[in-house]
Design a protein around this ligand. Structure first.
Ligand code: HEC
Length: 219
């Protein structure tokens, strides 16, 4: 390369560098290091180039309907959050039995998540009901025949979705814990008439049938 060419290049460098980086209108100018803006790795919520088979432009795809994460089979609850779903929940059977250990754990959980409304022994005398911050349920307490006779599946439905002023507790209790709390509610409700399950009964996890037409809740 001739000396003149070399000088021409060296002299033009500041000019190029001063003009090329100026952004104008919609033109971002030259990016110094595009890898810092546009990730080389696939980003879950975006895709650099959309294409026909990926109209959402996201690398991450929704799982196929009905997909259940490994180890979360017992989260499947087949009844939707409707009046009909509530009625149908009567048939939903415990996935965890009322063993002494489960009832004890239910008591611990109840005293975290439930007592401030329903009261330590279920007399609807928790601070929230007592101070009238919220209207108590239409039944007096857990010793009311309504709760004594209430099918456990319906209580599960109420914990899953909430009912009236009671919000959903699905995010706080996993299915095992929901059943532990439900057994404790029945224990408070039935008193001496409550029967504990034997330890080996704790193994049976109900098979839940999910049909295509049912929008199963999995939270
Ligand atoms: C913020 C107050 C509040 C909390 C916390 C709360 N509940 Fe309730 N609960 C209510 C109210 C109000 C109702 C009445 C709902 C209705 O029938 O309109 C109710 C209803 C119920 C029922 C009857 C459900 C039915 O199907 O009729 C049960 C059983 C119950 N709660 C148990 C629990 C358990 C167990 C917990 C803790 C996991 C809990 N509640 C937490 C306020 C609460």
């Amino acid at each position: 390369m001739s000396t003149i060419k070399k000088y021409a290049i060296i002299l033009s460098l500041p000019v190029i560098s001063l003009t090329s980086c100026v952004s104008e209108g919609n033109d971002p100018g030259i990016e110094y290091s595009p890898n810092m803006y546009i990730s080389q790795a696939y980003e879950p919520y975006s895709q650099e180039k959309e294409f026909d088979y990926n109209p959402n432009g996201m690398t991450m795809r929704l799982p196929v309907n009905g997909t259940i994460a490994r180890g979360q089979l017992d989260y499947v609850y087949p009844h939707p959050n409707t009046a009909e779903g509530y009625e149908a929940s009567v048939s939903f059977q415990p996935q965890f039995a009322a063993t002494k250990e489960n009832v004890q754990e239910g008591e611990r959980l109840y005293n975290i998540y439930c007592w401030h409304c329903h009261g330590k022994k279920g007399a609807n005398d928790g601070p929230i009901f007592k101070t009238k911050k919220m209207n108590p349920p239409p039944w007096a307490g857990y010793d009311d025949p309504y709760i004594k006779e209430l099918p456990v599946g319906k209580i599960y439905h109420t914990i899953q979705y909430g009912k009236g002023f009671m919000g959903s507790h699905a995010a706080m209790l996993n299915p095992e814990q929901r059943w532990q709390v439900i057994h404790y509610v029945k224990y408070l409700s039935l008193g001496d008439a409550f029967t504990f399950a034997s330890d080996d009964e704790d193994l049976a996890v109900a098979e839940v049938e999910v049909s295509d037409s049912t929008e199963a809740a999995t939270n």
